[in-house]
Design a protein around this ligand. Structure first.
Ligand code: NAD
Length: 349
């Protein structure tokens, strides 16, 4: 198996799990794309992550050189042309759930850090500045939190926020009984936008959810609302949210994902000038915290990702039905299963 976009931690966890599977593993740091597809020559399986590009052209190239399996180390599969893969007779497998707690806890961490300005307090104290001006927060108890998408991750967020004494509003076309048992109340998306003090996004990226937070949605929200996105960047229209931050409509923004993150995240760009002006503008704001798609990044999640990926490969290798196979019928509505063109095209950044 040829593993692309491999960081040291991917290698460490895959090698540790592989003691139980005995696959032959080859690791590449390079992202899989048109230019690097030749590296997969002769490998029956490729193992990829969220920023690898498996469009029809790349898949055709892989297929020409006998690759029969694409094993995603992620839940989302919006970077794979699943229809093209099926036509080429290639199987696609994924890790549908690894640690909902990891992502939910990261979302809550962003809420707490923004509220109490931890990022600013940390920098001040390091400079010997113990002034509290500008660091005023608020109690979470009694506030209304809106959770958009109450699947595995959203349900954990509901449970945690109920523990803080918040009122939790939820919106999802499919109700989750666990959410109602925890005390969450299902409402329409409009009501959730209008009544919530904090809004956190946990739905997949699909045509229906692309820019679910746009200028019109922001207009409906409370002044000073806190917005958290740990799902997929294109759920938020970033330019609209920047305008809302400038006007004060949005009081706090916590992002773990960004529309154009593929050109930025997972690389050390600290010696370079960031070319993306929209992203750079976000970084200038005191009430914005951005993390680089790390919500999943816990030891527990990496163990599950590695183990499930290698088990998926074994199932396919041994001709067994794999429960984690991605088929084109999943495109109708499951996590991020909409092919690469679900959102307005890359705006050139
Ligand atoms: P899930 O499939 O368990 O839940 C998603 C929920 O969203 C489902 O209940 C679905 O009905 C709901 N939904 C679909 N369309 C909706 C809409 N229009 N409005 C409201 N809800 C809608 O998925 P999950 O495991 O909870 O993951 C949620 C998302 O988190 C994933 O799609 C992925 O994009 C993201 N994610 C991010 C990270 C990270 O590291 N930042 C890691 C894992 C997952």
């Amino acid at each position: 198996m040829a593993s692309f976009s491999t960081k040291s931690y991917d290698r460490e966890f895959l090698e540790a799990s592989n003691g139980r599977y005995g696959h032959e593993l080859t690791f590449y740091e390079a992202r899989l794309c048109h230019e690097t597809a030749a590296l997969a020559r002769g490998f029956p399986a490729v193992c990829v992550f969220v920023h690898d590009v498996l469009d029809a052209k790349v898949l055709k190239e892989l297929s020409r050189h006998d690759t029969r399996l694409v094993a995603l180390r992620s839940a989302g599969f919006n970077n794979v042309d699943v229809v093209a893969a099926k036509k080429l007779g290639m199987k696609v497998v994924r890790v549908p759930a690894y640690s909902p707690d990891a992502v939910a806890e990261h979302a809550v961490m962003l809420m707490l850090a923004l509220n109490r300005s931890v990022h600013r307090a940390y920098a001040r104290v390091r400079e010997g500045n113990f002034n509290l001006e500008g660091l005023l927060g608020f109690d979470l108890r009694g506030l209304t939190v809106g959770v958009v998408g109450t699947g595995r991750i959203g349900a954990v967020v509901v449970r945690i926020m109920m523990g803080f004494g918040c009122e939790v509003l939820a919106c999802d076309p499919v109700r989750n009984a666990e959410v109602e048992t925890s005390g969450g109340k299902y409402v329409s998306l409009t009501e959730l936008f209008e009544k919530s003090d904090i809004i956190t996004l946990h739905c997949p990226l699909m045509p229906q959810t692309c820019h679910i937070v746009d200028a019109e949605a922001l207009e409906r929200m409370k002044d000073g609302v806190m917005l958290i996105n740990t799902s997929r960047g294109a759920l938020i229209d970033t330019e609209a949210v920047i305008e809302a931050l400038k006007s004060g409509r949005v009081g706090y923004l916590g992002l773990d994902v960004y529309e154009e993150e593929a050109d930025l995240f997972y690389e050390d760009l600290s010696s370079q000038v960031i070319q993306d002006d929209v992203f750079a503008r976000l970084l200038t704001m005191p009430n914005v915290i951005v993390t680089g798609h790390q919500a999943f990044f816990t030891r527990n999640a990496l163990e599950t990702i590695s183990d499930t990926t290698l088990a998926n490969i074994r199932d396919v290798e041994e001709g067994r039905e794999c429960p984690n196979e991605v088929t084109p019928d999943l495109l109708a509505g499951s996590p991020d299963g909409t092919g690469p063109s679900v959102c307005p095209p890359n705006r050139g950044r």
